[in-house]
Design a protein around this ligand. Structure first.
Ligand code: FE2
Length: 167
């Protein structure tokens, strides 16, 4: 940001900023998931993290597709929010010995990530429509649906078995 002018001058700029923010976040999630897969004990939880890792890689490709559609360089901007969520999850996990309690903590962390992503993608879909890019909005909506679905499946796993085993 320069002394004379600010970097985000318009809704277009803000849209692009948030695209680059979620692009950074998705890449951090791809880096974080393998260790979550390792730490998870419940077979269905492990499986659901594995599936989400594949989905996340695909979500990254969708974002790259959007950068191409709007003729923008594929770059990210730091997202301290996702870094904070992941850091906190790692700190908590490091403090837990009991495998079942760790599973409950992993689900809680993953759902925090999902809620962050749902907020971001929800905004991006709305802004893409506002800015006259329903084609981009459709692609972003696919990811939004996946994130919501992942969150719902994690809730079912938590309520269905993991939390009870932990308790
Ligand atoms: Fe994602």
């Amino acid at each position: 940001m320069s002394w004379f002018s600010k970097d985000i001058k318009s809704m277009d700029d803000l849209f692009v900023h948030n695209l680059r923010d979620i692009y950074y976040a998705e890449n951090q999630i791809v880096e974080a998931l393998p260790s979550m897969i390792d730490k998870a004990s419940d077979a269905r939880l492990k499986q659901s993290f594995q599936l989400h890792l594949m989905e996340t890689k695909n979500q990254i490709q969708r974002l790259e597709q959007i950068f191409n559609m709007i003729n923008l360089e594929i770059t990210s901007v730091n997202c301290p929010a996702i870094d904070g969520i992941i850091d906190e999850a790692n700190e908590v996990a490091a403090d837990i010995d009991d495998k079942m309690v760790l599973d409950a903590a992993l689900i809680a962390a993953a759902q925090t990530v999902e809620h962050y992503e749902v907020a971001r993608y929800g905004t991006l879909v709305a802004w893409a429509k506002l800015l006259g890019r329903p084609d981009c909005a459709n692609i972003l909506q696919q990811t939004l649906n996946e994130e919501k679905n992942t969150d719902m499946k994690l809730s079912q796993l938590a309520i269905g078995e993991v939390n009870k085993k932990a308790a």
